[in-house]
Design a protein around this ligand. Structure first.
Ligand SMILES: *[C@@H]1O[C@H](CO)[C@@H](O)[C@H](O)[C@H]1NC(C)=O
Ligand SMILES: *[C@@H]1O[C@H](CO)[C@@H](O)[C@H](O)[C@H]1NC(C)=O
Length: 539
């Protein structure tokens, strides 16, 4: 790490000397510097950490795996496997690893299908996922592969679990050290039970992000959502139903939410550059954009297609992995019409059949997204605003047009809007004109590009890579047997104790008692002083 930094500084010095000597333009200078920096970041993925003392056995548990959630785990799993640890992954998606140190146990549990294009979709996704989980809790432990793994769970040095939607996996965690990966970044509910209760006067909840500072009405709404979402998921609509299924199968197990509190650490898929900076505990480690890497060369035909667009550039369009291109036809028409009117070429990731696309549009069910975003000719990224796409777009300095669909995507859209790195359009108000106007604005107004470049520079400016930190803290928890020294004592307190309601209640009582005594005393004194007078009066 140090050696790489020194090398990097020397290269920078060399480059800056070059630039004065040979009058390189500042633009070239910037490109060269960024290339060197990108190289340095890639080079130090986890390579400069001291070798581990032995090979650890680690279980990665994602029984309820959306593709994008699983993808947050991949760079960490790969680094750990490269360091000689043996990884077993339990995941409800087809395998992706060909690494000799990674074993994937994949099982078929249908990912809950979500109907995105319904009214009131803002909260719609959470109940939609939550509804499917109790059945999953009933079925999961009947699968032979899961059962066998469950019997052997204490052989693992550590379990890594997705903190979101995966309560059905918590029986694995009892009496085994475990850490979580917070795939949506800061989740204030998780933060609270780790002992760090965030203040809704400024900390956004999971599904929303207002421009700061919050107005009175926004603070009321934010406070309500902080409380409502936590109660809805944890105490009302979802976890109690999962708990019932789990208790029927594991009668001796402590409550799932008590097991959850035992986590040693959480790796949060966030960085303060992108989201609101908030106070963090030592057990909350930011590893956002862990999967971001410099672009690699594109396949020849794609490269020449992108370069062939000339200086007008290319628009890249992808709505992520959960939504498999199932856009209603009227919206498809808006996009086709808009792309026909624009001079740019368009790369469109779309899984279905598309009639009526013009020559400037190239469609495929898959593109090497990061390599495309890294390409200098790509001018704008049309995205659903998934967190990983947002991080990649910022990392590769591309402004965005966001069309949020569900979950945290409206929040991510607000981040884009608030920081002026792009624009947001709402599906219900979509027209071809609006798409054309927004894209023209983003492509022709240099402000967006400048802002996203500034954000990118801040995101990349870190003393260690996110991957390196993730590996370090994972091994740290194993080395220190669950690392109880990381736990904040606030996590042990009840709400009454945490808010000091008992202390204030007692003080209030003492104050009342004091007032009462003073009153009695005053009355006694006045009785003595004015006793003659009052006697006369009563007589
Ligand atoms: C797998 O782990 C072993 C040690 O357990 C290590 O020697 C080997 O290099 C690892 N394999 C790869 C491809 O990293
Ligand atoms: C928490 O972890 C400790 C140490 O492994 C264990 O003794 C305790 O039973 C765990 N509590 C729960 C609720 O899992």
């Amino acid at each position: 790490m140090f050696a790489t930094s020194v090398l990097y500084m020397r290269l920078c010095l060399f480059v800056s000397n070059l630039s004065t000597d040979f009058l390189l333009t500042s633009r070239t200078m910037k490109v060269v510097t960024l290339c060197v920096l990108a190289f340095a970041l890639a080079d130090i993925a986890a390579g400069d950490l001291p070798s581990p003392d032995r090979s650890y056995k680690i279980l990665v548990l994602i029984p309820v795996a959306f593709k994008s959630h699983r993808n947050v785990f991949l760079p960490l799993v790969e680094s750990l496997a490269d360091r000689g640890h043996k990884i077993v992954m339990l995941v409800s998606l087809p395998p992706v690893f060909k690494h000799p140190n990674v074993t994937e146990i994949n099982f078929e549990v249908p990912i809950p299908h979500i109907n995105f294009f319904v009214e009131g979709k803002f909260l719609g996704s959470l109940p939609a996922v939550g509804e499917k989980l109790p059945k999953m809790a009933r079925d999961l432990y009947q699968l032979p592969s899961v059962k066998m793994l469950y019997e052997k769970r204490k052989e693992f040095d550590l379990i890594i679990v997705d903190h979101m939607f995966n309560e059905v996996g918590y029986p694995f965690l009892h009496e085994v050290p475990f850490i979580t990966i917070a795939t949506p970044g800061m989740d204030y509910r998780q933060s609270a039970f780790l002992g760090n209760v965030l203040n809704p006067s400024y900390a956004p909840h999971l599904l929303h992000s207002f421009p700061l500072p919050l107005s009175l009405w926004q603070r009321i709404k934010n406070t309500f959502m902080h409380i409502y979402l936590a109660i809805f998921w944890r105490s009302w609509a979802v976890v109690p139903l999962i708990q019932k299924e789990i208790s029927a199968q594991f009668p001796d197990l402590p409550p799932l939410l008590d097991i959850e509190r035992n986590q040693s650490l959480t790796l949060m898929n966030t960085h303060f550059t992108i989201t609101t900076p908030v106070p963090l505990l030592p057990s909350q480690v930011e590893v956002g954009a862990m999967h971001c890497r410099p672009g690699e060369p594109l396949p020849q035909d794609l490269e020449s297609w992108l370069t062939g667009a000339g200086s007008t550039g290319v628009i890249y369009f992808s709505l992520g992995s959960v939504l498999r291109g199932e856009i209603p036809p009227e919206y498809l028409q808006f996009f086709l019409e808009a792309f026909q009117r624009l001079p740019q070429r368009v790369l469109w990731k779309y899984e279905g059949q598309l009639q009526g696309a013009y020559d400037n549009v190239r469609i495929s069910s898959w593109f090497p997204q990061q390599d495309i975003l890294a390409h200098h000719n790509v001018k704008v990224f049309i995205s659903h605003g998934g967190l990983l796409s947002l991080q990649e777009s910022i990392f590769h300095e591309k402004p965005l047009l966001v069309l949020p669909i569900f979950g945290d995507q409206p929040r991510n859209g607000m981040v884009v809007e608030n920081s002026n790195i792009g624009r947001v359009l709402v599906w219900e108000e979509l027209t071809a004109d609006r798409i054309v106007d927004a894209l023209n604005d983003i492509i022709n107004n240099p402000m967006y590009k400048e802002n996203v470049a500034r954000m990118s520079a801040s995101l990349r400016d870190q003393p260690t890579t996110p991957q390196e930190r993730a590996v370090f803290w994972t091994e740290y928890v194993i080395r220190h047997r669950g690392a109880p020294q990381l736990r904040c004592p606030a996590a042990q307190l009840s709400w009454v104790e945490f808010l000091m309601l008992d202390v204030m209640g007692l003080l209030l009582l003492a104050l009342l008692l004091l007032l009462f005594l003073i009153r009695r005393l005053l009355r006694a004194v006045s009785d003595v002083l004015f006793s003659d007078h009052s006697k006369k009066k009563t007589a």
